[in-house]
Design a protein around this ligand. Sequence first.
Ligand SMILES: Nc1ncnc2c1ncn2[C@@H]1O[C@H](COP(=O)(O)OP(=O)(O)OP(=O)(O)O)[C@@H](O)[C@H]1O
Length: 561
Amino acid sequence: SNLIFSITAESTLMKQKASKPVKEIEGAAAPAPRGPQRPGGIEKAKKNKNRRKLKLKRKKAKKAAAASKSRNLASQEIQKPAAEETKPEQSANSSLDMSMWESLGVCQQIVAALRDLGFAEPTAIQREAIPAALRDRRDVLGAAETGSGKTLAFGIPVIQRIMTMKSASATRAAAVKQLADIDDDDNDDVGDQADAIESADEDADQSPDEAELAECGWADGDIEEDLGLLAGSLTELGPDGQPVGAPQTLAYSAENVFEDDGSAKKRGGRLYCLVLTPTRELAKQVAAHLQRVAVHTGVTVAAVLGGLSAQRQERLLAGRPDIVVGTPGRLWDLIQSGQPHLSGGLASLPMLVLDEADRLAEPGHFAEMRALLERINANANDDDSKATSAERPPCRRQTLLFSATLTFVHRPPERPDQRRSKLKRMRQLGPDDRAAALAELVGMSGKPKLVDTTRRVGGLTEFRLDCEAKDKDLYLWWLLRSRRGRTLVFCASKDTVRRLHRLLTLLRCPNCRPLHSDMQQRQRLKSLDRFSANPDSVLLATDVAARGLDIPGVEHVVHYQ
Ligand SMILES: Nc1ncnc2c1ncn2[C@@H]1O[C@H](COP(=O)(O)OP(=O)(O)OP(=O)(O)O)[C@@H](O)[C@H]1O
């Protein structure tokens, strides 16, 4: 049958090929007969030549007539087929309803990129974190499981806030230019002028300088290799923050970064955001993700990775990307070596992101992360003191911390002096207190917005019941009496399972069965069967015995600790 199929397919193809030219010719003119040329038949050849000329003339005349006829037709009608051809590709995402993003306050340039990616709706963590970070400018502590879209939950507010800050800085620069152009001796508002000029000077100080770049070892050779790590788009923004003209996708090159007419200097600027990730791979992934969303915004992103040579890193950072993504170790090395974009940028860093903070808090990373945080926080404090002296506008840093779980604060980093007491204190904290403790560690300002979608996975609701040890049995009994449905009670030891089984049987708790590793296999299977078969039953189990069991329809899980 394979053979038959293959022949059928081929003959269909051949038929199509054969029919196509026929169809085309039918619509135009009759094909010229292609007979074999007999050598020596000059007369005949001449006749044939004349005939071909005549046919060519007729064909041209027909074509001209058709063209003039078509000119008289409505232009839309002529272009219709071409438009229809491109339509399917364009309409794939253009029909998406992006109103949910808009309702979160996401700007058009970012919505356009999300549309290109086919992301019609925000995920749960994005729905909650974006307005808090973007509209309310709050610090955010976000917890959501892997693959839930955490990168854009912090990435969108970061990119959009940078757009706003850059636009404000462009407005200031324009104001300074205007002021410089006006020769106004009677200007009362001298203070304002001075402020505007000062901020313009700050901007100018942060522009890339070619001599500085040369010092950093910039050479034309490897520029192409860097393109994948430093990319973005260029959209000129007007004073109102809206794009002027069509967005241009940028492929960075030597020309458009350093040898243009000065626009590169305008583009390169301060460090707006530092994103810390625990691994190189994640840094690369996060940077790529942010770049895709920033494609129409003019915001630039660079990943500083452990595997890159120091020279290449210097070159990347010499481009003064708005966002730098990297691991704490590598970033700390660069800061210590005095890398100007990073060291200078920390002095008044507007935004800080900790991605996968639970892993960043592990001992392997924590020493460097703490050093980095201390440096950033020290600078922020310096900045605050300057702000009060009215030399500069106050710059409150916004911190966004995301993690797969917030439970990592159970395992705080080693602090030899306070180790025991702090551990003990953390264990006693509830989720909100834990978040607050973490916020304090990172140096978050105010009360951060806590967004934890892990507590709501699949409609799961988690409660904790605090009580005296002597009242634990009473509360368990109360729980089992007040909540009907299949209930699994995890116990820490076999002895507890035995004791609770005896107690609950005495208290006439119905359909209560034990499960632990000292039981015979037959008894264990019986307990499991009864529990699975009865929708209103209780299984008292050690976590070792019950691990990996897949029992459908469990209504309640109790951790008897
Ligand atoms: N709103 C959305 N709609 C559809 N897909 C999305 C949306 N947001 C993110 N994604 C996609 O979901 C995938 C997971 O996103 P992301 O990497 O941000 O998750 P994560 O929570 O950070 O996971 P991890 O912990 O593994 O890093 C990515 O491929 C991303 O492109």
